[in-house]
Design a protein around this ligand. Sequence first.
Ligand SMILES: C[S@@+](CC[C@H](N)C(=O)[O-])C[C@H]1O[C@@H](n2cnc3c(N)ncnc32)[C@H](O)[C@@H]1O
Length: 196
Amino acid sequence: MKKLGICWEGMERQFEDLLAGQALRFTPLRYLEIGVCHCETTQGAYHILKESLGSFDFDVVAVDLEDDPEPSFVIQARKDRRITRVIGESERFLPTISKPFHFVLIDGCHSERCATVDFLNVEKLSIVGTIVLFHDFQESAQGGDIQGHCQKPIGVRDAVKKLGLMDGTRPRWKRLSDLKGDPKLGGADCGVFQRI
Ligand SMILES: C[S@@+](CC[C@H](N)C(=O)[O-])C[C@H]1O[C@@H](n2cnc3c(N)ncnc32)[C@H](O)[C@@H]1O
């Protein structure tokens, strides 16, 4: 089981199964993570993909505002031409790309506005089968933790509700089972949605 990043305790196996399953479905699999921080989840995803595919048949795109020191796996992954690390605001970067993604983790600014904007940009980069995860999805996190990016609290669930993802009214999307973290260990949950 791969170690993942911030507040993933209890979700590691579920994340691994979901990503590995998706990697068998799409080749080459394109993975996007919005908000990577120290790249720990990115690193886990990179190794899950490498091991489940037994090859380098995938692309990882990692976006963050902050220019953290480069983890060593990123240096190697870049040599293998398997990772693109982007420093900047997701809402500026995402509209500049056109190639679709098959697996997306939305984990940048968690305000209602930014989670909404990230999803709307990701939606344009989705195809049938694309899976999108929203981290910090659990009810108990909503309204807390003022976000550094826009000084607003976590509003991921409100974003998901207003996008029509929660009740299935958004055309061409369905809700899958949440990933459930272990709150005793500090784990959050992820809301999981799939383009149909
Ligand atoms: C919760 S951390 C990400 C954790 C990481 N995904 C993990 O699993 O360990 C949120 C990150 O999002 C970044 N971030 C915040 N607002 C952003 C934005 N508008 N665009 C890109 N990154 C953003 C922050 O710099 C921070 O590193």
